[in-house]
Design a protein around this ligand. Structure first.
Ligand code: BGC
Length: 451
C-alpha cells in the first residue's frame, strides 16, 4: 500500500541550528547566541555561530534536497535576522536572505513550510521580559506581519510556533535552556498563556495579510504514552488517559497547548489542579487563541509505554534488556506515530502532519567515503510503517517531515548528536548524503510503497 495521493514527504530544519552567520549582515542577537557565550552551558562550549553555514551554502543544500526528491521543506526564519531588535526596524539583508532561499526552493519545485518561531528569541525582547511581558503577543504579531508583507506572495504554508512546551518549560521553568530564568510556576503559566495568545494573533495576522489563501498550522510536542501491549484494552485505555493528562507543576503535556486552540478553553482538569497559579485571562483571549487553523502538526520521537495494574493504576513498564535506544538515550517507540496520530485526530478532528520525527545517531565517514547509518534506516522504516497503519485506518495524515535534513547544532548537545539524512563535516562543511538519505529518496519515489 502507498500513502494517500498528495501525501507530502519532507525534511525539517531550524534557522539557529543550520544557518550560522550569527553576527553577519545586520542580524540581531538571539537568546541562543547569548547562551552559547556562557561557558559550560553547551556541550564543549560549541556555538551555532557557523554551524552548517547554510546561510552561505543554501544553494548547495537545496540542490541536495532536489536530488533526494524532497517535496516539502520545513525551515524556520530567524526573528532577529529579520527584525534585529525584535520589533521596529527591519533588516533588509536578513529579509533578502529568505527571499533568495524561498526563490531557490521554488525554482527546484520544493514547497516551503515556514516555521515562524523555532526558539531563537530576540535578545532585545528577552531583556524586556520575553514571553512574560504583556506586549509579547503584539511583538510576535508585528513580526508575523513582516513575514506576510515580504514572503506570503510565494509562501502558502506557515507554522506559528515550534514546541512551545519545550521553550516554555526549559526556557522559563526548569532553567536548563536558553533564557536561563527560573520563575514561579504561576509565571510559567502566564508565559504559556502569552505564547498561546501569540499563536492566535499570528494566525489572525496571516489570515488578514497573506497575499494568498494561506495554510496555517502549529507544531507542539508533548509527553506521550503508548500501550505496552496493543492487544490489551486496558493498556490502550491507560496510555490514552496518560497522553491526555495534566500533571502538577509542569506544562510539558499536550492538551494544555491544544485544547485552548481547538476547543477554546484550557482543560478543566488543569484549571482545577493549577488553581491559584492560573493567569487571569478574558473570553476575548480565548477567542483569539482558538482562531481556526488548518491542521495539527505533531513532533513525535518517543513515548513511555504503560499498562494498568489490578487496581486500575497506570504503570510505566520497563524496557526489555537490549532495547533499541537512540544516541540521546531515549527508547525508540514506533507505535507513537500510530497512536499519537490516531488519538489527536479523534480528539480534535483536524488533519495531522508529522512535523518532526527522526533519530540521533553516532554517524561517521567510513573508509569508502560514505556514511552508513543502518540504524536510522531501521528507525525510520519502523516509524513510517506505524504511521502507514494509522493512515490505513482512516486517520487523515497529510504529510511527514523527517528531522533533520542535515546534521546540525543540537542545542545544549552542540554537535555531539547527528540527526541528519545528510552528514556535515564541521571542519570543511562538506556534505555527504548518508545511506538513509538514499533510502528516504526511495520511500518518497514510491510514496511509501517500499516500507
Ligand atoms: C526540536 C528540534 C531538535 C529536535 C531533536 C525537537 O525537539 O524541535 O529543534 O533538534 O527535537 O532533539
Amino acid at each position: 500500500m502507498e500513502f494517500s495521493k498528495g501525501f507530502k514527504w519532507g525534511v525539517s530544519t531550524s534557522a539557529y541550528q543550520i544557518e550560522g552567520a550569527a553576527l553577519e549582515d545586520g542580524k540581531g542577537l538571539s537568546i541562543w547566541d547569548m547562551k552559547c557565550r556562557q561557558p559550560g552551558l553547551v556541550f564543549e562550549n560549541q556555538t551555532g555561530e557557523i554551524t552548517c553555514d547554510h546561510y552561505h551554502r543554501y544553494k548547495e543544500d537545496v540542490k541536495i534536497m532536489k536530488d533526494l526528491g524532497i517535496q516539502v521543506y520545513r525551515m524556520s526564519i530567524s526573528w532577529p535576522r529579520v527584525l534585529p531588535q525584535g520589533v521596529g526596524e527591519i533588516n533588509p539583508k536578513g529579509v533578502d536572505f529568505y527571499n533568495r532561499l524561498i526563490d531557490e526552493l521554488l525554482k527546484h519545485n520544493i514547497e516551503p513550510f515556514i516555521t515562524m518561531f523555532h526558539w531563537d528569541y530576540p535578545q532585545k525582547l528577552y531583556e524586556k521580559g520575553g514571553w512574560l511581558n504583556p506586549d509579547s503577543s503584539n511583538w510576535f504579531a508585528e513580526y508575523v506581519r513582516v513575514l506576510m508583507d515580504n514572503y506570503s506572495d510565494r509562501v502558502k504554508n506557515w507554522i506559528t510556533l515550534n514546541e512551545p512546551q519545550a521553550f516554555v518549560r526549559w526556557g522559563h521553568y526548569e532553567l536548563n535552556d536558553a533564557s536561563g530564568i527560573k520563575p514561579a510556576f504561576s509565571e510559567t503559566l502566564l508565559a504559556a498563556h502569552n505564547v498561546l495568545l501569540s499563536h492566535g494573533k499570528a494566525v489572525q495576522t496571516v489570515r488578514q495579510y497573506s497575499k494568498q489563501d494561506a495554510i496555517v498550522g502549529y507544531a507542539p510536542v508533548g509527553d506521550l504514552y503508548v500501550p505496552y501491549d496493543e492487544d490489551v484494552a486496558t493498556d490502550v485505555e491507560a496510555a490514552k488517559k496518560e497522553t491526555f493528562s495534566i500533571k502538577p507543576l509542569t506544562v510539558f503535556n499536550s492538551i494544555w497547548w491544544m485544547d485552548p486552540i481547538f476547543n477554546g478553553n484550557y482543560p478543566e482538569e488543569g484549571r482545577k489542579l493549577y488553581g491559584e497559579d492560573m493567569p487571569e485571562y478574558s473570553d476575548e483571549d480565548m477567542k483569539i487563541i482558538s482562531s481556526p487553523i488548518d491542521y495539527l502538526g505533531l513532533n513525535m520521537y518517543s513515548a513511555k509505554h504503560v499498562s494498568q495494574d489490578k487496581d486500575g493504576n497506570v504503570i510505566e513498564m520497563p524496557r526489555e534488556p537490549g532495547h533499541f535506544y537512540t544516541h540521546m538515550d531515549s527508547p525508540t517507540e514506533p507505535k507513537v506515530l500510530y497512536w499519537g496520530s490516531k488519538w489527536f485526530y479523534d480528539r480534535y478532528k483536524k488533519p495531522i502532519i508529522i512535523t518532526e520525527n527522526g533519530m540521533p545517531n553516532m554517524d561517521c565517514v567510513s573508509a569508502d567515503g560514505c556514511v552508513h547509518d543502518p540504524q536510522r534506516i531501521e528507525f525510520l522504516r519502523r516509524y513510517l510503517t506505524s504511521l502507514k497503519k494509522a493512515c490505513k485506518e482512516g486517520v487523515d495524515v497529510r504529510g511527514y517531515f523527517q528531522w533533520s535534513f542535515m546534521d546540525n547544532f543540537e542545542w545544549s548537545h552542540g554537535f555531539s548528536k547527528r540527526f541528519g539524512l545528510v552528514y556535515v563535516d564541521y571542519t570543511t562543511r562538506q556534505r555527504i548524503i548518508k545511506d538513509s538519505g538514499y533510502w528516504y529518496k526511495d520511500v518518497i519515489r514510491t510514496n511509501g510503497k517500499i516500507l
